[in-house]
Ligand binder design. Sequence first.
Ligand code: NAD
Ligand code: ZN
Length: 359
Amino acid sequence: MFRNFKTVSHVIFGRGCFAQLSEILSDRRKSKDGFMVFLVDDVFTEKPLKERIPVKGGDLLIWVNVDHEPTTQYVDDLTLQVKNAQNRLPDGVIGIGGGSTMDLAKAVSLMLTNPGSSADYQGWDLIKNPAVYHVGIPTLSGTGAEVSRTAVLSGPEKKLGLNSDFTLFDQMVLDSELTAGVPKAQYFYTGMDCYVHCVESLSGTYLNAFSEAHGKKAIELCREVFLEGAPDSDDKLMMASYMGGMSIVYSQVGICHALSYGLAFVRGIHHGIGNCLAFDCLEAYYPEGVREFHQMMEKHDIPLSRKGLENVSPEEVDRMVDVAVTLAPLWENALGPDWQRKMPREKMKKLYEEIVAGG
Ligand code: NAD
Ligand code: ZN
């Protein structure tokens, strides 16, 4: 049975295209008293971008904080704030920021039309009702959140996305000018998220021509950006993020992502850096990818921050394994249908011990 995936229906790409957001939204403003909700990364509170956000009349601009990756509680609080603002649904939700902010925007747009807590919908195709119209505008490239059908959230029991066709943005605005101010290390870590998406997709057992076509182009762009320092690197990384995201839509990520989820859930390690820490220890599984990753790290003089991994107890390692082991499709993609035999708990535990100890 082949899966019939939805994709984002509208895309605008190009340096400066953010200026067209007002026009794009005007077609979606249903009535004179309709309103839009802008969820914007609070890193921009004092930046010129603030003045360029097309906030009109009754629109709501909410600064979101992503010092911690999005939680179901944060989504529920934001949803309530939006619901109470005018006691009716907005015409649209626009997320402006990195993967965390885009995921918050996706999740809030879903929770405005679906009852209960976002924690009830962590999983696959649990969402029943279409979301409010929603737009993704990345200011940081790599996660592929702009094209994916998931909004990744940490909940009371697990870190797992709201995966559904309704989750996909209705529109994305890809303007690489917005990524200009990203700190160097963050640019690298999130860029490596894309690189790892490609390596895991291209070496996985789920690989097919659809995923391979997107993955190969994306990894080529990553090489141009991180090994050759190509001109227009910001544009190229934005497209790599998109293509890498498209690649995993029809395949899956692998061991690195499974381990990174455990690090995030137990120790709050952010996705990009968590992937780098895990990938650093996975040469046995992704030999060429890890070697190239080390070259990229060296070329950009990026240290791997181990902040948050101090004094990890054996019980915490066990909990990390508990999280990783639930992600069966990721392991199966990496190791095949008999992954449980190839990767027993003890082996997974050893990998975590290596990551925690620093390779
Ligand atoms: P992020 O959104 O967490 O942001 C990281 C940091 O960069 C933050 O401090 C943020 O304020 C800052 N930042 C963002 N844009 C900036 C800019 N233009 N200038 C200066 N600073 C800027 O980082 P991310 O790596 O893009 O996203 C990680 C999140 O995405 C995780 O929560 C992860 O689970 C999620 N994710 C989602 C998907 C998906 O398909 N939905 C895929 C991969 C990862
Ligand atoms: Zn990722």
